[in-house]
Design a protein around this ligand. Sequence first.
Ligand code: KG4
Ligand code: ZN
Length: 508
Amino acid sequence: MTGKPELVAMTSSHVDSVMAIDSRVYARPWSRSMWIKEIEDAGRPHLVALDGSEVVGHAGSMYALDEVHLTTVAVLPERQGEGIASDLVLALLDQAVRAGSSAATLEVRAADRRTQRLYSRFGFAPAGVRRGYYTTPSDDGIIMWLADLQSPELARRLDEIRSRTPGAAGSTTQSTEQGILGIETSCDETAAAVVRGGREVLSSVVSSQIEIHARFGGVVPEVASRAHVESILPVVGAALTEAGIDGADVDAVAATHGPGLVGALLVGVSAAKAMSLVWEVPFIGINHLEAHLYAAFLEEPDLEMPLVVLLVSGGHTMLILMEGNLQYRVLGSTLDDAAGEAFDKVARHIGLGYPGGPIIDRLSAKGDRDAIRFPRAMMSDGWDFSFSGVKTSVVNHLRHNPDTPIEDLAASFQEAVADVLVTKARRAARKYGARGLCLAGGVAANSRLRQSVIDVCEADGLRAFVPSREMCTDNAAMVAAVAWHRLRADGPSPLDLGADPSLRLPTS
Ligand code: KG4
Ligand code: ZN
């Protein structure tokens, strides 16, 4: 179950589950007899959050004179970061307002800044310190105070928090969410980003190693891993600073765990796990291909499905039918070189440098794309692709015609690749009744491919989703975006999740 939990009054049937949660989140959980007494006391209302029949969180209060004291709030570790604690606090405050209370108080560990932040969003402010209030581990207690429970201003604040809670009509984000930190180190980009609610990009920092690898004409795995180790902490620091958020306040930490270079992936995965342990937030391992698919959603929140996606990068070429959120079918993929690989290899063979895609793209702008008719392999043949033939043709053509202007060669090669990709995507859109065509992956930055998709969509009455170039190439915003969906669908990943260099796209 992954829906929004339902909040109900706690009864004795919930005690076992509540104690199980407390044993995981509190150093000194209450005993069963304490709980039974609490439940029987009408002045001490407790709520549980139920997902189906499972208790995923609970919170309690205690009424004294005209004040309410919030005694406890706890959420299952794997369900933290979803806003459940916030919903529970909101419900307790609503109850207190209806009961006519005039103020609310609570105590929280001095070291627990995350919880203090949660309460401050409701209007609680620190009012005093109780030295050594907590034992095991020992800590001061911060007394927080919320006056004027009956004020219109508080009513407005609670309404605002309520209206932004997921599940409420017309809303997708939640004001109590801080954002997920995403990390990407699968290839030659070290990237970190903070994204709130799966689509609001608070920061996105990308440190490219392209210059380092250009000397070798391609990515050197060992060099990539070392460069990631050097950049990861500064890049994460920059992403947090730019988002204006403290590491300890992020809702979760996500990292790409495959596919990619194993040594490079391990840097991001290890860093993310360490941060998740220190900050006590969920860790989520993300599939790089799925992240590319979600990049478009960051810019086009109202993408309509079914949708045909061309996922074209340095390592992959896939024609995908996206039928719903996190639901896709791979219709076809490349039998040999990936589209980006073909660009890179052609560029290397004719001495243009690395990475080939952007160089060929730039040269093509000044060339004639109809100058040479390069072969379109498997054009009318199923959904798969093959790009090694066109690569060989380009190299052979130049060998036999050394005077060919390099711009014409580049433009004609680029046209052949774009033509096959877009023709098949268009046919798939027709066959499966897609609403639109979407581009994803590094090669989606290609000018000719972008234009062809736009032209075809216009002709066929489809919507064209062409993400910005920054979103097409490797970045961490797409990692944090898909993490938001995955956390809701599957919960956090286990901390023993490894890097998987050949991870495949999960298909429905
Ligand atoms: O998605 P990405 O950044 O990394 C992978 O996951 O592979 O894609 C990198 C690939 C490289 O092969 C690069 O040459 C290609 O994307 N690329 C382009 C362009 N920009 C990047 N290919 C064609 N035209 C471009 N403008
Ligand atoms: Zn990529």
